[in-house]
Design a protein around this ligand. Sequence first.
Ligand SMILES: Nc1ncnc2c1ncn2[C@@H]1O[C@H](COP(=O)(O)OP(=O)(O)O)[C@@H](O)[C@H]1O
Ligand SMILES: [Mg+2]
Length: 343
Amino acid sequence: MKPLRVLVLVHPDLLPPESTKGFSEQQINEWKTEYDVVRTLRRAGHEVRPLGVQDELKPIRDELESFKPDVVLTLLEQFSGEAIYDQNVASFLELMHVPYTGCNPRGLMLARGKDLSKTLVHYHRIATPAFAVFPMRRKVRRPARLPLPLIVKSLSEDGSYGIAQASVVDSDAKLAERVGFIHERIGTPAIAEQYIDGREIYVGVIGNERLRVLPVWELEFGNLAQGDWPIATERAKHNTDYQERRGILHGPAKNLPPELVARIQRSAKRIYRTLELDGYARIDFRLAADGTPYFLEANPNPEIAESQEFAAAARHDGIKYVDLLHRILALGMNRAAATVSAG
Ligand SMILES: Nc1ncnc2c1ncn2[C@@H]1O[C@H](COP(=O)(O)OP(=O)(O)O)[C@@H](O)[C@H]1O
Ligand SMILES: [Mg+2]
């Protein structure tokens, strides 16, 4: 790829240092996506400018005018501390007519709500857990159609924010308590879903019109404490000591019949199209013991540190890390070109 000027938008706390020397594994874990992306693109000869973005658009606008990037690579997962504003940043870049990587605003919006995305996907006859939404300040009453155990989550947050062992509830009292926790501590409506007992399966998809689906990937919970549920809690996702202690590892999903692999991959592409995603995304499932893959959520713009699930699955499929980043840049630029010519 010819050398490009790349403006990389990151959370100001995650501006990566020049080197990982002197940082603990847990510290590196915080900004490893930002670090890997900036370093890899620089090594590939691009002019890369990371920009910390908190709650102002002006600095982005200034960089667009002074640095004149060929493409904006956005690693932002929030704006003003709000996860749901990711779509607004993409909308802003769209209005600025600058090519940007990752998903378009509409796809970000459709994928965001854990209720909306499931409703849309369910319409296409893909299995989804049954669920109920509990709005703020409303009495919690479990619908009769929804048997226990349930898992209680924020309706709109991601990154396992608010997910702990206590999220899985097996009584109405615990349900009410956990919904209250989401309302008060996370500050969003809650969703309670049928708990799907099964394997944790992730499928990466890359593309705008033509899609490439990555190998079926699995997060394995090696040796959980007695009585713990095998779920991706905040600790399981972000705490490197805990991951090590509990043998939490990801890799290619083993011992799946080829028909099932094909079915999961087809579903992942179908979901990607249904939710109008583009760029790159990771589609998450729980694979029940009877072989039914239940759609959990779609993650447009998933984390892409070299060691994480998405990049590892790409690598396994023969896409080197630098080539993955190049594809992501190219998809952003191609979409912009297609939009202009269509308009
Ligand atoms: N319906 C469910 N059945 C079983 N486990 C679930 C269910 N929903 C979520 N989980 C577990 O909780 C984790 C986080 O849930 P998810 O909906 O992906 O939220 P987030 O957006 O925070 O990642 C999942 O990766 C999975 O391990
Ligand atoms: Mg998730």
